[in-house]
Design a binder for this molecule. Structure first.
Ligand SMILES: *Cc1c(COP(=O)(O)O)cnc(C)c1O
Length: 398
């Protein structure tokens, strides 16, 4: 057996590979350059064009583009009417923004544990935590796999809760043949460079509901309206507008919107390649008894944003940290998604305690994120598989 580099063997790769990387081509660059030469750098025609494109790609009726995925979550909570005294249920296996958005509105995030095989929020736990204070559920499509929308929607409808899908990972995924983004009350997206499509920084809220849509537009831009039907007073003239809510400046530029349109053109390519890589990983790792392969619900036709490698600690002589370091020594640079949100010092300060979601905490101890992005070559994929196989086999417990 080949010795892992950490034990003095030869690394699988000479050059480092990272867990994610954006893909920008000449079309993307030209799209941005054109905007720079045009009259509008912000509040121009590219915003509506990108929103229209997002509706085409996701099947949503309305899209509101904004500055990032966190801003999208914030205005979605505001549009849902989340207020001080309310509770918002979410998962701890996510980026902090999925819970912070509730705090921004003065509400309390409540953490529901995950399904230990799919890693997504468990609808039964959401139901168990629902009470008269619960206002909304922020369900994260972790890794790009859809949450169990049928169950969550039924529960939310019955209890008059708003279902917000944090779809930062989900673009390109469909649930029961319908694109995610066209199903929940609202779905938020992120276009950060590690995500499947990027425009540098960017986000969006998708909805089929006209009332949410109108509110989202207001919260994105200072709560200011130029629509006379929304005004309290008579117009003073063509310059007149009114501020009717306390909104924010969560706008995005036309350069970013143009880049997003160009990137969305490539989504079918991005999606197909990610599916190929995931298939190769799944096939290789399902043969290794030291590893657990993430389960997929049959309803989700997934474009994976992240590939989670989960170790079975009882079958290995090393832990996740050592596995991570061993991969690093092979020049496979991984990451870990995510540290359970409520274990952060800020949340501890609010009174949250370890032990609240045992399945999420166990997953956190056992997982790491492998490289997964469009531009990976077949050789890159083969290297990752070789390195993982080498380490899992070398450190296998008899
Ligand atoms: C990236 C991400 C966000 C935040 O998006 P930004 O665009 O970085 O603000 C929110 N939720 C999840 C699950 C994410 O992965």
């Amino acid at each position: 057996m080949n010795k892992p580099a950490i034990c003095g063997g030869t690394p699988v790769r000479r050059e480092k590979i990272f867990y994610g990387h954006q893909y920008i081509d000449e079309q993307d660059i030209q799209a941005v350059v054109e905007v720079l030469k045009s009259d509008y750098l912000t509040c121009g025609p590219k915003i509506a064009e990108a929103e229209k494109k997002l509706c085409e790609v996701t099947g949503a009726k309305y899209a509101v583009l904004c500055s990032n995925g966190t801003a999208a979550l914030h205005i979605a909570c505001l549009a849902a009417g989340v207020e001080p005294g309310d509770e918002v249920i979410t998962t701890p296996i996510t980026f902090a923004a999925s819970a912070n958005c509730a705090l921004y509105c003065g509400a309390k995030p409540v953490f529901a544990d995950i399904n230990e095989e799919t890693y997504n929020i468990d609808p039964a736990n959401v139901a168990a935590l629902t009470n008269e204070k619960t206002k909304a559920v922020v369900a994260v499509d972790f890794t790009g796999q859809s949450v169990e929308l049928d169950k969550l929607l039924a529960h939310c409808k019955e209890n008059h809760l708003v279902l917000i899908e944090d779809g930062a990972h989900v673009i390109g995924t469909a649930y029961n043949g319908k694109k995610n983004g066209s199903i929940a009350d609202m779905t938020t997206l992120s276009f950060h460079p590690v995500k499947t499509v990027t425009c540098g920084e960017g986000g969006a809220v998708l909805t089929n509901n006209e009332e949410y849509y109108q509110k989202l537009l207001l919260y994105r831009a200072h709560g200011i309206t130029r629509n006379e039907t929304q005004m309290a007073h008579e117009s003073h003239g063509p310059w007149y507008y009114e501020q009717i809510y306390l909104g924010y400046n969560y706008r995005i530029t036309d350069m970013q919107a143009a880049l997003l349109i160009s990137q969305l053109d490539k989504l079918p390519l991005f999606s197909a390649r990610r599916k190929e890589i995931v298939k190769a990983y799944d096939e290789a790792f399902s043969k290794l008894p030291q590893l657990f392969v993430q389960k997929e619900i049959p309803e989700s036709d997934t474009t994976r944003h992240l590939y989670i490698l989960r170790i079975k600690p009882e079958k290995l002589t090393i832990d996740r940290k050592q596995f991570f370091d061993a991969l690093g020594a092979e020049n496979i640079c991984c990451n870990v998604h995510y540290i359970p949100t409520y274990t952060f010092p800020y949340y501890e300060g609010l009174g949250y305690q370890k032990g609240c979601c045992p399945k999420a905490e166990k997953l956190y101890e056992e997982m790491l994120s492998l490289p997964l992005y469009y531009a990976m070559t077949d050789e890159d994929v083969a290297d990752v598989i070789e390195a993982v196989t080498k380490i899992a086999s070398y450190f296998a417990k008899e």
